[in-house]
Design a binder for this molecule. Structure first.
Ligand SMILES: [Zn+2]
Length: 205
């Protein structure tokens, strides 16, 4: 792609670093921004900078938060004895939208995936195991997508906490294999949490 301006080229190159944005889309977005009032683009740029600089991860569940302890963890009406284990913050948002879950979350930050070089120690697993060891948790609900990586991750965590007498369940699969949680519709996802099944039952299949 030949550019008549280095400034334009730089903006397009930066924009095309985003996932799913090729050079042509990047050019279209940048040209669109050029037509917008300067204040609007400043506001976009400020929002992105503040987000990157100031956003925190909850020190307990690793959900995205503006404060040290997120709104869910600090809400006294949530049941701290039940923890729903999810891959990332989008899953927290999806499950919160169902209004079917009143416990707390634990965001792993990904799934174990040897192919991608992601091992258990790259994820927030030890802190989850520590929570179970601390004795407040009665139930863990695995809500990872049912891909091979999701299953591997569930099993790894299960092995770590097996000796502690807590219930371990997995969300019922109205959600078909390989679907990402965030795409499940709210009713199906809500039901799958309410109708969760003991994790060990899934191992015998
Ligand atoms: Zn939290």
């Amino acid at each position: 792609m030949e550019f008549s301006s280095k400034l334009l080229e730089r903006a397009v190159n930066e924009m095309s670093q985003l996932p799913g944005i090729g050079k042509r889309t990047a050019l279209r977005l940048v040209l669109h921004m050029l037509k917008q009032p300067k204040e609007q683009i400043m506001s976009l740029s400020n929002a992105l900078q503040s987000m990157r600089n100031d956003i925190k991860f909850c020190k307990s569940c690793y959900n995205i938060s503006d404060v040290d302890l997120c709104e869910i963890c600090s809400n006294p009406n949530r049941d701290e004895t039940i923890i729903c284990v999810v891959e990332d913050v989008r899953d927290v948002m999806a499950i919160e939208n169902t209004s079917s879950f009143k416990g707390l979350y634990h965001v792993l930050g990904g799934k174990i995936s040897p192919m991608d070089g992601i091992g258990p120690h790259d994820l927030n697993i030890q802190s989850l195991v520590d929570k179970v060891k601390a004795g407040i948790v009665n139930e863990l609900i695995f809500a990872l997508s049912s891909t091979m990586e999701g299953d591997t991750t569930n099993f790894y965590i299960f092995k770590q906490i097996q000796d502690y007498k807590i219930n371990v369940s997995t969300i019922a699969r109205g959600i078909s294999v390989g679907d990402e949680l965030e795409y499940a519709d709210e009713i199906t996802l809500g039901r799958s949490i309410v109708n969760r099944i003991p994790f060990e039952a899934t191992l015998k299949l």
